[in-house]
Write a protein that binds this ligand. Structure first.
Ligand SMILES: [Zn+2]
Length: 309
């Protein structure tokens, strides 16, 4: 399917906006795309860059076929630089390298473009370096930044770019892609689509042995909890605490707990009360009370709502 067709249906608002700007030659110098899925952020960046460079654009839309479009898609165009984090950070040297490349005139065209993926991973040095760069836009250049967390981008950078938000895809759509394109089982796809808005992240989860075990154990625990089985109390220490050690894992534990409660076989008003208990537990965890402590307290409070004594 053509990129524009995909984007027109998955991100109609952003697509329309970019299409208009391309059509009327009113593209800004710098954009920041925020959205929950890396692959989609990359698609939008690709679309816009192709639109900017295409030799054969029709009605502002990139053809996808000319040598510019194709090389951009392959990340092989000499005038388009993709900057991605090395490990956990985007380093200042990477931005300096970018500036150096930009200082040269276009190798083939008079245009230059760069895409900084996961811009929230820029070190302070890198961000400041980029800032100077954004303050002095080159004549015919296009800068694109992408992020999954807008809040982590310096306000000074935010104020110099045009920010477009991609909306999260409906879980049903993610589940469908997981089943049809990644061969996941329907039940697993449903679970993962509730936990993440990102297909890649869902696929990573599905291949992660820890996740598979941890999610099974945790969802079984929630079931016991909702049935008011006292074994659920003991299981906090014996089963859950050893499994969810890291901060990130514990955050995920709560996502799973809320999901388990939501799917549980109890009345809606009871679900709401139990969810409120665990929301409070989650806040306590964030203020550094131990996981064991907050889950045991949550279990006891749940039992009192369910009248288990
Ligand atoms: Zn083209």
């Amino acid at each position: 399917m053509k990129l524009e067709t995909t984007l027109a249906s998955t991100q109609p608002i952003v697509f329309q906006q970019l299409h208009n700007s391309l059509k009327h030659g009113r593209l800004g110098h710098a954009y920041l795309f925020e959205g929950p899925a890396k692959s989609e952020l990359e698609q939008v960046a690709l679309f816009l860059t192709q639109g900017f460079f295409c030799q054969n654009a029709q009605d502002g839309l990139p053809c996808g076929l000319c040598s510019n479009c194709q090389r951009i898609a392959l990340k092989e165009h000499p005038d388009v630089l993709w900057v991605e984090p090395e490990g956990q950070t985007l380093k200042v040297e990477q931005i300096r390298q970018l500036q150096k490349e930009f200082g040269k005139s276009g190798l083939e065209t008079t245009k230059r473009g760069f895409i900084i993926c996961e811009a929230d991973k820029m070190s302070i040095g890198a961000a400041n370096s980029l800032l100077k760069f954004l303050e002095e836009p080159q004549m015919d250049s296009l800068a694109i930044l992408t992020t999954e967390v807008l809040g982590k981008i310096l306000p000074t950078i935010q104020s110099r770019v045009q920010i477009l938000n991609l909306k999260p895809q409906a879980p049903q759509l993610i589940a469908k892609v997981l089943v049809e394109e990644h061969g996941l089982a329907v039940e697993e796809a449903k679970l993962l689509s509730q936990l993440t808005h990102s297909v890649e992240e869902a696929v990573e989860f599905s291949q992660n042995q820890w996740f598979n075990e941890a999610s099974n154990v945790l969802l079984a625990w929630v079931e016991k909890l909702l049935q008011g089985k006292t074994a659920a109390f003991v299981a906090v220490q014996t089963q859950l605490v050893p499994l969810f050690k890291e901060k990130e894992q514990q955050a995920l534990a709560f996502d799973l707990i809320f999901l388990g409660i939501h799917q549980g076989q109890v009345a809606t008003n009871v679900k709401a009360q139990i969810a409120a208990i665990f929301l409070q537990a989650q806040q306590k965890l964030q203020s550094n009370v131990s996981l064991q402590n907050v889950l045991e307290q949550g279990t006891l409070k749940t039992f009192s709502i369910l009248h288990v004594y």
